[in-house]
Every structure is written in C-alpha cells, then in structure tokens.
Design a protein around this ligand. Structure first.
Ligand code: HEM
Length: 396
C-alpha cells in the first residue's frame, strides 16, 4: 500500500471532522508513516497521550537545523526563529516576549479589539450584501491587532498577508516559501531600522529599547521575532474566525447559546470547544527525533521526522467522551489546539480574546447571518498548514 499524505483531506460531507483515516491511525499499533508537502516521509503522531508525551519530551527536537530541507527560511542567512529551536536557546528568546502576551496584557487590549470588531462589522454592513466574511471580517481583525501590537503599518497588510499565505501553503514550492520568507524578513529588517531611529509605543520598539540596547538581542533577531509574530498572529486566528462562523451557521442551536448569553464564562467555554472541535493547526508541528526512542509502541530512529496530528488527538476518545460531537455543554480543558509543552502557542490569550469578542459580536449584530452559496460549494483549505475556508460568502 502506498504511503498516505499528511495532512489528509477532510470530507466535504462534514468538513469539520478530521479526515476519516485518522481514526484508523489512532487505533493501529505504533505510528502511521505519511508523506509531507515536500515529499519527505514522517511518522504521524495521532493519539492524545502520544502527542502529549512527544511534545513534552526533550529527546524530540524542534530545531530546524536538523531538517533544513523542510525549513527553506533556515537557508536564507537569517537568524533562526525561536519556534524552531530547542531550549535553552528557544527559552532565551521566548522569555523576552511572554510579557507582551500575558492574560493581563491581553485584557488591557480587549476594549481596543472590541472597537476594531465593531468597526469592521460597520464597514461590512455598509458595503452591503453579500460579503466575503474572510476578507471583510475574519482576516482584517487579527491582522490589524497584531500589526498595532508590533508597530507594523497596517497599510502594508496585503504584502504581509500574501507572503504569509505562501509560507502556509502546502503546495508552494520550497523556493516560493523561501522567497516569501526572505521578502517578509527584509520588510521587518527595514522596519526595525526605522524604529531604531524613531521608536514608538509598540513591541518592536520595546525590544529595541529594552533588549538590543542591553546586548541581549541583535537587530536581526528583533526582525525575526517580529516576522514570526506577524506571521503566526494573523493567519491562524483568521482561519479560526472563518471556520468557527461556518460551524456555528451549521449548528444554529449552539450559535444561539453564544448570541443569547452575556456570561463571559459561557462564551469562553464555547470558544474552547470550537478550538478543539475544529483543530485548525493541522500541519504546523514538526519535530525530529534526536536519538533512537519508542513512541506509542513504535521504534523511531534518531533523525526521523515526526508530525503532530492535533486534529486526531483532540478527537481521541481517550481524551474525551463522544469526541465527534460538537457541544458547548462540556469542559474540554486539556485540549491541544494550541499545542503542548515548551512551544505551546505564545499568542493563545490574544487569540482567545479575539475569538471571544468577534464571534458573539457577529452573531448579535447579524442574527440572520447565513451562507450566500450552497454549503457544498464552500472552498476549504485542505492544503494549508492552518485549515479553514478560503472565502466565506455570507448574507443576512
Ligand atoms: C505556536 C496554534 C494564534 C504566536 C503555536 C502552536 C500551535 C499554535 C499549535 C505550537 C507549534 C509547535 O509546537 O511547533 C495557534 C492557533 C491560533 C494561534 C490555533 C489561533 C486560533 C496565535 C497568535 C499568535 C501566535 C495570535 C501571536 C500573536 C505563536 C508563536 C508560537 C506559536 C510565537 C511559537 C511558540 C514557541 O515555539 O515557543 N500556535 N496559534 N499564535 N504561536 Fe500560535
């Protein structure tokens, strides 16, 4: 039998569910072998317990220098990015950013996120029906939020959205990905230079003033951190907003629960279930075994690639009863939509805040919101590292 491709294609009948073969991979002995976007083969880790163990295991490395052919950016002469490093190097760089994304800092940004959400809703409604919810709502909100936090001019959003999409596209060639990475890095390096001369009240300026001045960080490292945050900060959240909206349109009873409550705890819980149920990070976590070891009964050799199947792990019946049912009635604490271990999503509080603000506002403002095309015609992002919808034509 030929090696399957990872990520697989979710069924059009229920495009929120993981591809059907993932359940077999979870049930089988050992780990599944699969082909990745560039033709390399990797072990796919699909069981909840195995994923948790792998992501907490220091013998399993995230260091891109161990798999350069899968990280075209690593060959550009740019500094390495901390998500693709191991501790202690990773921890040194990540620590300088954690203060920007604490629950408290994000709570302070919330009124601003609310204003932005209202603004984009006003604009979309003014433009008239039908609208593409991705273009007019899901993408601009996280893009603008991360741009403002970093101090990146939002006027340049088409430039960075387009290059981020190329990096995220499973079918883009290594050369295309490398070129997009180079363009983004060059853009950030230019911005860092300008902010060095004229600092503002933003994250990049704070890194320059607090960390470059002390010798803790180099300017290229600041540009790289800015690039990582810009890239990680908008595509993922945008896809969650788009896909979550579609899931809510298909489950009006659950949508009503969000629309009709003013209890922040109910909304927060609903967002967690959406994150788990949709598990959009379908092809974002790549690792390499740094030594020979056994995972889930499978012998893995040093140098073997591992890819982490979050959609399968978050639907593992070992983790949750009736995992394929979408319900706001349960507690999904322990889901891994943001990963696990030392690389667990740095921006998760921000992503949660954006979702907790955007989804109720949309449902309340447009209670008659519905798809403007047949469900069967929606174009899903099967071939992207973050799953979602390419566009979402809606009316109200
Ligand atoms: C890491 C998912 C939003 C910044 C991760 C990882 C996942 C993830 C699964 C783990 C990667 C790994 O282990 O290799 C998501 C999802 C989001 C989201 C589903 C939205 C719903 C954000 C936002 C930001 C962000 C808004 C920034 C503002 C990062 C960074 C890392 C990361 C910097 C790397 C952390 C590290 O390696 O230490 N994210 N993310 N993410 N995310 Fe997110």
């Amino acid at each position: 039998m030929s090696t399957p491709v990872y990520p697989g294609v979710r069924a059009q009948r229920c495009p929120f569910d993981p591809p059907p073969e993932y359940a077999d991979w979870r049930a089988a002995d050992g780990l599944q072998r699969a082909t990745l976007w560039n033709g390399a083969t990797a072990w796919v880790v699909s069981r909840y317990d195995d994923v948790r163990a792998v992501l907490a295991d220091s013998r399993i490395s995230a260091d891109a220098r161990r798999y350069p052919e899968l990280n075209p950016g690593a060959q550009n002469g740019q500094p390495h990015s901390f998500p693709r490093m191991d501790d202690p190097d990773h921890a040194r760089l990540r620590r300088m950013l954690t203060g920007e994304f604490t629950v408290r800092r994000v709570a302070a940004m919330r009124p601003h996120i609310e204003e932005l959400v209202d603004h984009f809703l006003d604009e979309m409604i003014d433009k008239g029906r039908p609208a593409d919810l991705v273009r007019d709502f899901a993408l601009p909100i996280p893009s603008l939020v991360i741009s403002m936090l970093l101090g990146v001019p939002y006027a340049d959003h088409e430039f960075f959205q387009q290059h981020s999409a190329t990096i995220n596209h499973a079918n883009a060639s290594p050369e295309e990905k490398a070129a997009a990475g180079k363009a983004l890095f060059g853009y950030l390096a230019g911005l860092v230079q300008r902010k060095q001369a004229e600092p503002g009240d933003d994250l990049i300026s704070r890194l320059l003033t607090d960390r470059v001045a002390t010798g803790e960080l180099s300017r290229p490292e600041v540009a790289m951190n800015g690039m990582i945050l810009l890239f990680a900060g908008h595509e993922t959240t945008a896809n969650m907003i788009g896909l979550a909206t579609l899931a809510l349109l298909r489950h009006p009873d659950q949508a009503a629960r969000i629309r009709d409550t003013d209890d922040p705890a109910v909304i927060a819980n609903a967002v967690e279930e959406l994150l788990r149920y949709l598990s959009i990070a379908q092809d974002m976590i790549l690792r390499v075994a740094a030594e020979d070891l056994t995972i889930g009964g499978q012998a893995v050799r040093a140098g073997d690639l591992l890819t982490i199947n979050l959609p399968a792990a978050n639907r593992d019946p070992v983790f949750l009863d009736q995992p394929d049912i979408f319900s706001f009635d349960r507690n999904v604490r322990g889901h891994m939509a943001f990963g696990h271990g030392i690389h667990q999503c740095l921006g998760q509080s921000l992503a949660r805040a954006e979702l907790q603000v955007a989804l109720p506002a949309l449902l309340r403002r447009l209670p008659t919101l519905r798809l403007a095309i047949p469900f069967e015609d929606v174009k899903f992002r099967h071939d992207m590292s973050a799953y979602g919808v390419h566009e979402l034509p809606v009316t109200w």
